[in-house]
Design a protein around this ligand. Structure first.
Ligand code: TYM
Length: 316
């Protein structure tokens, strides 16, 4: 029996943070190692182009994210690791899907509404974001897509688009399911809001000890309560509730001590990852080889599916 297909991606828009890791990337590694899935992990560089319009930075961020993927334990001999832009079929399929969705439908997307509500002039790439994302997923026949809560709506768009295509042209695309872990669906940042690069409230996944200290010391605490909720909620990622309860009870109201304990726990978690990352980053040639081989394998898969879709719509 063939394995289920698992696919996910991360935008190379800067250093990933522990929200990306616990919300999504850790699942990538665990699910890959479970052996239950045929896995595809990519760098969503065309999505990042909406934000990063600087060639040197785009190159650097992409290389860095590929290193991050390997450093967290994604093994290129077991998973296909590639850049979205290396697979032209993705953007071609996005065009086909563009013809199936309406403007009001895309106007309902959270990311678009957010950008618009901030009074920003939204570029067409941001507006079409969910359509390219549907192509990313559907061309690989993905069954499951591990992501954080903020991507749930995008997976629903992908399902809808698959259904619209299948209704119009006959069954071609599989309907994917989002895989969201409830307890880490929205990892909070140091201000208690969702951790996000754009909110400037992150703890980088490969942070140095000094960066960890600085971030933890700036966690916002509310002096009206004995329990520093924002500290606790981040601490929960690194220690179980059973371990944490007596610690927080003993040091009730002692925010500094609790923050120091959190720093020690984050550091002991991150230090080995950071060391592994340094070794992997030293071999740039290997990173390029991984991406080139991944691109070839991804193209082989996506091109076949695109050809099927092109036959279905009557252009081949
Ligand atoms: P991106 O790069 O914003 O985020 C990568 C992954 O991290 C998750 N995440 C979080 N999870 C929990 N708590 C948080 N605070 C948090 N912040 C981020 C995201 O949900 C995501 O899973 N659109 C995608 C990239 C993409 C993609 C795809 C993903 C493009 N095409 C196809 C899956 C399938 C994005 O911008 O992720």
């Amino acid at each position: 029996m063939s394995k289920k297909i698992l696919l996910s991606g991360v935008k190379p828009t800067g250093r990933p943070h522990i929200g990306n890791y616990f919300g999504a990337m850790r699942q990538f590694v665990e699910l890959l190692n479970s052996g239950a899935y045929e896995c595809y992990f990519f760098l969503a560089d065309y999505h990042a182009l909406n934000l990063i319009q600087n060639a040197a930075l785009m190159r650097q961020n992409s290389l860095d994210l590929a290193v991050d993927y390997l450093a967290i334990g994604l093994d290129p001999s077991k998973a296909v690791i590639y850049k979205q832009s290396d697979v032209s079929a993705n953007t071609e399929a996005a065009w086909i899907f563009d013809t199936l969705v309406t403007v009001p439908y895309l106007e309902r997307a959270h990311a678009f509404k957010d950008a618009e509500s901030k009074g920003r002039e939204v570029n067409v790439g941001t507006f079409n974001y969910p359509v390219l994302m549907a192509a990313d997923i559907l061309l690989y026949d993905a069954d499951v897509v591990p992501v954080g809560q903020d991507q749930k709506q995008h997976i629903e768009y992908a399902r809808d688009i698959a259904q619209k295509f299948n209704n119009a042209f006959g069954r071609t695309f599989k309907l994917p399911d989002a895989l969201i872990l409830e307890n880490v669906a929205v990892v909070p940042g140091i201000d208690g809001q969702k951790m996000s690069k754009s909110y400037n409230n992150t703890i980088p996944l490969f942070a140095t000890k000094a960066e960890i200290e600085k971030a933890v010391m700036s966690i916002v605490t509310d002096s009206s309560s004995d329990l520093p909720v924002n500290v606790y909620n981040i601490h929960k990622l690194f220690k179980s509730q059973v371990e944490l309860e007596p610690i927080y009870e003993t040091h009730k109201g002692k925010y500094k001590i609790l923050k120091e304990m959190l720093i020690a726990d984050i550091e002991s978690f991150i230090a080995p990852l950071r060391e592994r990352r340094e070794k992997i980053a030293a071999d740039v040639k290997n990173i390029h080889t991984v991406l080139a081989e991944g691109a070839e394998r991804a193209r082989a898969k996506a091109d076949l599916k695109l050809a099927e879709a092109k036959r279905a719509i009557g252009v081949s």
